[in-house]
Design a protein around this ligand. Structure first.
Ligand SMILES: Nc1ncnc2c1ncn2[C@@H]1O[C@H](COP(=O)(O)OP(=O)(O)OP(=O)(O)O)[C@@H](O)[C@H]1O
Ligand SMILES: [Mg+2]
Length: 157
């Protein structure tokens, strides 16, 4: 199932992020594609805030992953841009992160193509101009479909 959101401003991205935080559930994997500066980190950061993460939310550009422990699950924010080989996914032990309850956001999933566990939402952000973005959610699992339907209903109310 695919849905396209037209985001007219940074504020619109933040609103969508807040609504997204209300529909996703533990053991959910979101990938984020789009050019440098499209808004992958900005969207993820706003979702993490709305999930309830306090304190600083750093971009994982240099660390590859930033983990956030919540009461009953961990939120992982990955940025795989610096991978030079997909096998680094295993070298870093990232495959084992999915054995425990988690919600994961993965920027630059193309860098570990085929190695990431089943992705629930594949998000693509296209830059239109200064603040305008086209955001496409492609849900690839049954749970992903259910959450996307909830999001669409919520956004359109
Ligand atoms: N509607 C919008 N949605 C998201 N970001 C926006 C929007 N309008 C403006 N911006 C700005 O665009 C920039 C997006 O940068 P961001 O670091 O989120 O990109 P990115 O996709 O994570 O890039 P990278 O591939 O380098 O990690 C930020 O400066 C943000 O404030
Ligand atoms: Mg980023």
């Amino acid at each position: 199932m695919i849905h396209v959101f037209n985001l007219e401003s940074l504020n619109a991205t933040e609103n969508l992020a807040t609504k997204t935080a209300h529909v996703i559930i533990p053991n959910f994997i979101v990938s984020l594609s789009g050019n440098l500066g499209a808004g992958k980190t900005t969207l993820t950061r706003a979702i993490l805030r709305a999930i309830g993460i306090t304190g600083s939310i750093k971009s994982p550009t240099f660390t590859l992953v930033e983990p956030y422990q919540l009461a009953s699950y961990v939120v992982y924010h990955f940025d795989l841009y610096r991978f030079s080989d997909p096998e680094e996914w295993f070298d870093a032990g990232f495959d084992e992160y999915f054995n425990e309850p988690q919600i994961s956001f993965i920027e630059w999933p193309e860098k570990a193509e085929g190695l990431i566990p089943p992705i629930d939402w594949q998000i693509t952000i296209n830059f239109l101009n200064d603040e305008r973005r086209e955001l496409i959610i492609n849900s690839l699992t049954d749970i992903g479909d259910k959450c996307l339907m909830k999001l669409i209903n919520n956004v359109e109310i």
